[in-house]
Design a protein around this ligand. Structure first.
Ligand code: HEM
Length: 301
């Protein structure tokens, strides 16, 4: 039996608010069922619910983050469906993070001693609170009444910086789980790779668009092998670095945190000194060199 994917993905059951309930209904059922099984009278039980709720949330964040780029790179019924439902993906992330917020308040209010001694780190609270402020503002402005409060440019700035901040939170948590904490689980690898791939799609789409633009502006452009090679080498090096954090984390961190100013910044500034993102910066530089300088216009063009 042949299923017409394009037609199936146009169905109202898998679009819009139907899709929202199709995703958040089972997530909420899993949360309620797990609450009944967990021992919430102890802090570890509540903390495990925080972990579960985030694990139910992060995939929708990654899908919303990669939606527009997937359409640029792989245009087809699925990427079109994803782009059409990007807002719904964002709201599914928000709904699942609503569960995390419930358990965070539960942990902080009912199991305060555990929170203060086992969880509390000022920088994490700053990152987490800024993350939730972005999430609440993005959620409210996803509805007409909220969107009306912002000029289109401000709306775009809020949603772009907000989704980058939230992606960075999730991506960096899983980077540290793999390259700092002693016993990563399979899901840490899956979510790290997911976060890396979502960002990779954005970088690739950006590069494709810029090369297309340059070709459109002057069709007679020719390739500049030196910059293409440099771009490929940087991207290759960045890819290797993205998988070998265990090797370079300590010496690089010792260098980046060598000065007291940097150590002070690490106490307050979200993500400083950006260790998990260093391989991405190298890949971005490679993509930039390839897209921006990898082609030459003929003299006088
Ligand atoms: C002040 C706000 C926040 C607090 C107090 C908080 C607290 C926590 C706690 C206690 C855990 C550990 C749960 C466990 O492993 O037992 C956790 C895990 C996590 N949180 Fe948050 N969080 C906050 C905000 C956020 C935000 C905004 C995000 C955005 C994406 C986020 C993403 C994560 C992720 C990805 C994990 C790892 C889950 C896993 O192990 O797979 N958190 N959080």
């Amino acid at each position: 039996m042949n299923i017409d994917l394009a037609e199936a993905l146009k169905s109202r059951f898998v679009n819009g608010w139907n899709l929202f309930w199709l995703i958040t209904g089972p997530i909420s059922a899993v949360m309620v069922f797990s609450m009944m099984r967990a021992d919430l009278s102890n802090a570890e039980g509540v903390s495990s619910m925080i972990q579960l709720s985030v694990r139910c949330a992060v995939p929708w964040l990654y899908l919303a983050f990669a939606a527009s780029s997937a359409q640029v790179l792989f245009s087809g019924p699925f990427s079109l469906w994803l782009l059409r439902n990007r807002k719904i993906m964002g709201l599914c992330f928000s709904a699942a993070m609503g569960w995390q917020l419930l358990f965070i308040v539960w942990l902080v209010s009912v199991h305060r001693d555990y929170y203060v001694t086992e969880v509390y780190v000022l920088r994490d609270v700053i990152e987490g609170t800024v993350g939730y402020l972005f999430l609440i503002a993005m959620t409210l402005t996803s509805f007409r009444f909220g969107r009306k409060l912002l000029k289109p440019r401000r709306w775009k700035l809020l949603h772009k910086s907000g989704i980058y901040f939230l992606w960075a939170y999730a991506f960096s948590v899983y980077w540290w789980n793999l390259f700092y904490y002693p016993s990563p689980v399979l899901l840490d690898y899956v979510y790290y790779l997911g976060g890396f791939s979502a960002w990779g799609l954005r970088a690739a789409a950006w590069s494709k668009k810029h090369r297309q633009l340059a070709k459109k502006e002057s069709p007679e452009v020719s390739s500049r092998p030196a910059f293409v090679l440099m771009g490929v080498v940087f991207v290759g090096f960045g890819l290797i670095a993205a998988g070998t954090g265990l090797v370079w984390r300590e010496p690089v961190e010792a260098f980046l945190l060598g000065h007291t100013i940097s150590q002070d910044l690490e106490l307050y500034l979200p993500y400083w000194p950006f260790t998990p993102f260093l391989p991405l910066f190298i890949i971005a530089l490679g993509a930039f060199l390839w897209a921006k300088y990898g082609m030459a216009r003929p003299a006088g063009a």
